[in-house]
Design a protein around this ligand. Sequence first.
Ligand SMILES: CC(C)(COP(=O)(O)OP(=O)(O)OC[C@H]1O[C@@H](n2cnc3c(N)ncnc32)[C@H](O)[C@@H]1OP(=O)(O)O)[C@@H](O)C(=O)NCCC(=O)NCCS
Length: 213
Amino acid sequence: MRTSSTQVKSNLAFNPIRSLRFRYHRLLGLLAIVSSGINRQGHVDAIGRPIVQVFPGSSICLGRDVTIISASFATALGVNHPVVLRTLRPGARIKIGDRVGISGGSICAAQLVEIGEESMLGANVTIADTDFHSLRPHYRSGHTHPSIAVEDVIIGKRVFVGANSIILKGVTIGDNSVIGAGSVVTKSVPANSIAAGNPCRIIREFTAQEVTL
Ligand SMILES: CC(C)(COP(=O)(O)OP(=O)(O)OC[C@H]1O[C@@H](n2cnc3c(N)ncnc32)[C@H](O)[C@@H]1OP(=O)(O)O)[C@@H](O)C(=O)NCCC(=O)NCCS
């Protein structure tokens, strides 16, 4: 996540080896992004090599100043695996807004996953707009049967998703909301709310004062 990366760096005295390590992993990240077929709107800070798959006829679009951390040394909690950005079908779209931060997350779209500007995904968050497999037992092994459920996932602006949460198909999360660590989000969460748990439920709503500058 952007903040964690900044914190980790600023709390430490200058260390040339560490600085080289950041440069090296930024280079790996940049090469992976540039060679992936992702559409970039501006600078992307990728630390470590993400796993990217753009299915033919689909798109992944990153806004300006997006931070993608795939290396454990660069973020406070560490990551379980590199960031995964994957479209699964022709026409699928992943749209990530300006200044979004992702650490070790997985985002998979068969249709649409959209993340609004300045949202932060804590370590190892999973977001998918599909069940990947049919629930019908005779069609479960494939990935293409029409009975496989697919519904857009839309995450608003300035949403903070706690570490290790899973956001499932059809979920919309409104602007400014917070999802607690380890949540399984099965239903939409309105704007300006804190929600947590499995299944994810609203804990409280922000006051008007809390969500104003
Ligand atoms: C959701 C969160 C922001 C709530 O913080 P808070 O407003 O201080 O809330 P509280 O700790 O007072 O908890 C309020 C209630 O929600 C429950 N709760 C809080 N976080 C929860 C979570 N992640 N999952 C399930 N329940 C949770 C508490 O048990 C408490 O329940 P109770 O009223 O029945 O006792 C915080 O717990 C959290 O999960 N932060 C995310 C941290 C994180 O992952 N950072 C990313 C690092 S990369």
